[in-house]
Design a protein around this ligand. Structure first.
Ligand code: SF4
Length: 694
């Protein structure tokens, strides 16, 4: 811990990095944070934290912060610092002109999983009520949108089923496409504790993740499947459950839709899903798959945790449904120690989805085509809302390149660096007539912007984040907003300048409005959050203090819905030109594209992204540790340094994406999930060759 002085007082708030949502005491001297101390009363972390959260305050006062609004007429002009009023009026004027010239649907807005619930709610409200269309989306599009689709289709709610603490009652823990020790460290510590107490571990991942090396554990199985074959694997596991009589027929009979179940049972019993039939597809020994399926099905409590290695695939939604099928078939839903648990990458992925940031859903996952839901919002907001979904982020890019989409408001999201196929994104952004970027730093997206509005960090505002276990935690302001306005105030000012009035004195009033319109939040208020510490939604008359375990009595759709999950191989194939598969992930000390962690004490760890290459692939190419490698795909090229490592399978290479120079998204393709357009970041066919230093 860096001590910069003796604290005078402290404020309890929530970490703004990952989906664990740790509570911290920000210890203050005047308005300066002197250290962040993990808060023992935090319901998600119980006094623990990781190396990211402890140093998070470093980026809030970093010299690179954008401290004043800026505008420019065209991209070739220099930025001009202006007052808030001038910047907001400039932005509103352009948006109005563009709508007059090109129509109401020619503009849109993107919210961020980094911002508070109240801020994301306001952005989608601005788009729907102020812009007059449903062209609102969130960066959850590129991470967990398949979770929303898959869990809603099968279990009836777009959210994980458990608390983190529930893992302490699990007997068999299945981790699929996730690396919790790096990406969700505080939860990983809890998980490891349970493994040391005797729970079995099954890891389904192309990479031998650190969890497998946990000392003193009873049983650890690794199914190192080829990237892109998740659905074949989950179908094989379910096939073993069904054909070996390992189902929980009591749960299926009483809790699940019988027609859907029979249809699914006929489908999954087919021998083409047998482990022996898919061993060649996945590259995993059939016997190991059978043993893993038996271990999960026979465990008293089987819990599944998954990450972006499940969702960021062309069959991301299918895989989420496959996981839910498996949990229902074995009765592992509706009590402590079991469940289907997405590990959310960003602090407020769950919240940004809950708050109606999707073009097809109003807050609380209420579809825009639902007349009754729309009527409630129309009455509260005093506008009419379209009953057709608007544009998703990739649709916005395509429409911009085609000249049909002309202006975009982006709050807290660096789409130029985060979204796949950077060349396409950049050409879309370049074709916009007005790009408004609201961010704490001059990010890559801002290079294409006409208006730059300073954002505020989690230390500069009030609000709430919702973590991966549906837990709503308070974010409390500990220092004044560096540029004078909090993010929600900026959105409000833009809306007022556009002629749609918004008038909130405090984010608690925004939460009160959310509670009036969102059945799963109807019992949430700042007073209750202060009293209880945190609340897991649904929180309403039926569960006034929240719901730690979902689906314990019934599903929101009545009965659990088994979905058909046919495996369809990705179109991203290796060949002689691109013989290796690239997959990506995170490292403990850095966070996402590194915009924040690289501006804290964490800058000293993991100073560059490297490419992990299996020794056999390295030998074939004469590659040694530290060599510079040119990596080319069908989409583009980048250069990274080599690390020879047997953590990967032969034929698979791996990198992180924390530094702008990694170029990971320059080489990823346009492939995306069939249901949600979540990009297929996890499978890219590449060639790797030694090059001279770039
Ligand atoms: Fe907790 Fe995640 Fe923040 Fe680490 S990054 S302190 S695990 S919320």
């Amino acid at each position: 811990v860096i001590e910069q002085g003796q604290p005078e007082h402290s404020v309890v708030t929530t970490c703004a990095y990952c989906g664990v949502g740790c509570s911290f005491k920000a210890e203050m001297k005047g308005s300066e944070v002197v250290r962040m101390v993990p808060y023992k009363g935090g319901d998600a972390n119980h006094g623990h934290s990781c190396v990211k959260g402890r140093f998070a305050f470093g980026y809030a006062t970093h010299k690179d912060r954008v401290r004043a609004p800026m505008i420019r007429e065209t991209l070739d002009q220099p930025w001009r610092e202006v007052s808030w009023d001038e910047a907001i009026n400039f932005a509103a004027g352009r948006l109005k002109t563009i709508q007059q010239q090109y129509g109401r649907d020619s503009i849109g807005g993107i919210t961020s999983s980094r911002c508070t619930n109240e801020e994301t709610y306001l952005v989608q409200k601005l788009v729907r009520a102020g812009f007059g269309n449903n062209n609102t989306d969130t960066c959850a599009r590129v991470c967990h949108s398949p979770t929303g689709y898959g869990l809603k289709t099968t279990l009836g709610e777009s959210a994980g089923t458990q608390t983190f603490d529930s893992v302490m009652k699990a007997d068999c823990i299945v981790v699929i496409g996730a690396n919790p020790t790096d990406a969700h460290p505080v939860f990983a510590s809890q998980l490891r504790r349970r493994l040391r107490q005797g729970a079995e571990l099954i890891v389904i991942d192309p990479r031998r993740i650190d969890l497998l090396k946990t000392p003193h554990i009873t049983s650890a199985r690794h199914l190192p499947l080829r990237p892109g074959t998740n659905v074949a694997m989950v179908n094989a596991l379910a096939h073993v459950v069904v054909t070996e009589g390992l189902e929980d027929s009591g749960f299926i009979d009483t809790r699940c839709d019988q027609q859907a179940y029979q249809r699914w049972r006929n489908f999954i019993s087919d021998p083409r899903h047998a482990p022996e039939a898919i061993a060649e597809i996945t590259g995993v020994d059939a016997g190991a798959i059978r043993e893993a399926a038996r271990a999960y099905a026979r465990a008293g409590n089987g819990a599944i945790y998954y990450g972006l290695g499940v969702t960021e695939h062309s069959q991301g939604s299918t895989m989420v449904m496959g996981i839910a099928n498996l949990a229902m078939a074995t009765g592992n839903i509706g009590r402590e120690g079991v469940g289907v648990n997405p590990l959310r990458g960003q602090n407020n992925v769950q919240g940004s989805c809950d708050m109606g940031s999707f073009p097809h859903e109003l807050p609380g996952y209420q579809h825009v085509a639902d007349d009754a839901a729309r009527a409630r919002f129309e009455s509260e907001w005093g506008v009419s809302i379209g009953n057709e979904p608007g544009l998703r982020i990739p649709n916005m890019f395509d429409a911009a390149v085609a000249g049909q989409f002309k202006a975009l408001y982006v709050q807290g999201e660096d789409i130029a660096q985060s979204d796949p196929n950077t060349q396409h994104v950049e050409s879309a952004l370049r074709s916009l007539e007005c790009l408004i970027v609201q961010d704490i730093f001059l990010n890559e997206t801002a290079k294409f912007a006409h208006v730059l509005l300073p954002g505020s960090t989690f230390l500069e505002k009030n609000g709430t984040f919702t973590n991966a276990e549906r837990r709503i935690n308070r974010v409390r302001k500990v220092m004044p907003a560096i540029a004078g306005k909090e993010d929600w105030e900026v959105t409000m000012a833009l809306s007022n300048a556009l002629g749609y009035p918004m008038d909130y004195a405090h984010p608690s009033e925004i939460m009160d409005e959310i509670a009036r319109l969102t059945p799963s939040f109807s019992g949430v208020s700042y007073d209750k959050l202060d009293r209880l510490g945190s609340i897991q939604w649904p929180c309403n008359d039926a569960s006034p203090e929240g719901t730690p375990t979902m689906h314990s009595v019934d599903f929101p759709i009545g009965r659990g819905n088994f979905a058909i999950t046919e495996y369809i191989a990705t179109s991203e194939k290796t060949n002689r030109r691109f013989p290796l598969l690239l997959t990506t992930g995170r490292i403990l000390s850095q966070y996402n594209v590194g915009a924040q962690t690289r501006r804290t004490e964490n800058q000293h760890w993991h100073a560059e992204d490297v490419l992990e290459v299996h020794p056999s692939d390295a030998e074939l190419r004469g590659i040694r540790d530290g060599d510079w490698l040119g990596i080319s795909s069908r989409a583009g090229q980048t250069v990274l340094r080599a690390r020879v490592s047997d953590r990967m399978l032969p034929g698979v290479v791996y990198t992180t994406f924390h530094h702008p120079g990694s170029g990971a998204n320059v080489i990823t393709t346009d492939n995306s999930d069939w249901a949600t357009n979540c990009p297929e970041y996890k499978v890219t066919a590449v060639q790797v060759e030694k090059v001279s230093q770039p």
